[in-house]
Write a protein that binds this ligand. Structure first.
Ligand code: ATP
Length: 332
């Protein structure tokens, strides 16, 4: 069965990885990653964070300046390892050939039997349009063709670099369904993205990177931390005074027109207690609910709300300001 591998062996292991371009740009800076077999692992970072450079080093296309990489237990670019890895972007498509003929050409190049072409077209939902020229494909179809090409080798490890980039909501949904079905087959998937919703929906584990460094790592739930109690009540000033007296309150923060409370044990009974206190104090309560911080806020806090390239590195820790809290769903 897929995803088992040698006991304890990681699908991808990266230790203290460094890549510099020229003297000035440190694209990847002492990065550590551990991807377990069968995981859908998100590499989340803003533009220029070092995601593509990391992926290119995993594939043996870029040589690291320092650090250790093991892909399926082998050094990057090892031919026997590459046979078990499929990556989006490995194949350039001829626009005047059909999707099917492009995949046939790619299958020949990676010595895969022609029979795989029909299988991967079906998986990517392209069978009906397989005979059409690629030049007439929508962006979503081209992206799915790139995933189909990456699947030709029936890889244990599938590397997807921003697969939904530029797609409209329908294209994104189709891509997400495709990735979910591939993950369901027990394949290991490394997915780079700057779309937090995508990572949260698809990945069981996430590494947030910025300026080439690992900023945080965990399940989406761990990254979002403890659930908070969100309160909307009028007048807001009085509501803040009432909640300040609540038993079990650890922290309170104004987030737009809402109050965000960190409670010792957030749950239905706490929500009911908060609501009761506010109503008994004569306040008009329109909303009380528990929710974790949106991953977007965690991401913006971690990356300092800026893009992650070497030209926009985070300020030193002491100079970083805490962002004001936002209510879930509220625009930054
Ligand atoms: P994006 O989401 O925009 O694709 P990314 O996270 O994939 O970004 P990278 O493409 O890995 O980021 O780039 C990381 C940094 O390294 C950027 O500052 C980029 O300008 C720089 N960089 C990448 N490749 C090269 C190169 N060949 N020469 C010089 N600088 C480079």
């Amino acid at each position: 069965m897929r995803g088992e591998g040698v006991a304890g062996e990681l699908a991808v292991e990266v230790r203290r990885l460094v890549k510099r371009f020229g003297g000035r740009v440190t694209a990847v800076d002492e990065l550590d990653l551990s991807v377990r077999p069968g995981q859908t692992f998100g590499l989340l970072g803003p533009n220029g964070a070092g995601k593509t450079t990391t992926i290119r080093m995993l594939l043996g296309l870029v040589r690291p300046d320092a650090g250790v990489i093991r892909v399926l237990g082998l050094p990057p670019g090892d031919p026997s390892g590459l046979r078990r890895v499929g990556a989006m972007g490995e194949t350039a498509f001829y626009p005047f050939l059909s999707g099917r003929d492009n995949l046939r050409a790619a299958a020949r190049r990676c010595q895969v039997p022609d029979a795989r072409v029909a299988a991967v077209l079906e998986t990517a939902g392209l069978t009906a349009r397989a005979g059409d020229r690629v030049s007439g494909y929508s962006l979503g179809m081209k992206q799915r063709l790139a995933v189909a090409a990456a699947l030709l080798k029936d890889p244990e490890l599938l590397i997807l670099d921003e697969p939904s980039s530029g797609l409209d909501p329908v294209g994104q949904l189709e891509m997400h369904q495709l990735i979910q079905s591939l993950a369901g087959q027990g394949r290991t998937i490394l997915l780079s993205s700057h779309d937090m919703r995508e990572v949260e929906e698809l990945c069981s584990r996430v590494a947030v990177i910025g300026g080439g460094r690992l900023l945080a790592e965990g399940t989406p739930g761990q990254l979002r931390g403890q659930a908070r109690v969100w309160v909307r009540a009028e007048p807001a000033g009085q509501a803040a005074a009432v909640v300040a007296e609540l038993a079990g309150l650890e922290e309170t923060e104004r987030a737009g027109d809402m109050l965000s409370l960190v409670m010792r044990e957030p749950g239905p009974s706490q929500v009911a207690a908060v609501n009761r206190q506010l109503v008994e104090a004569g306040l008009e309560v329109s909303e009380v609910r528990t929710e974790r911080r949106p991953l977007r806020d965690v991401f913006l806090d971690l990356t300092g709300g800026r893009s992650g390239g070497a030209d926009s590195l985070r300020p030193p820790a002491g100079k970083r300001k805490r962002r004001a809290g936002r209510a879930p769903g509220q625009a930054p």
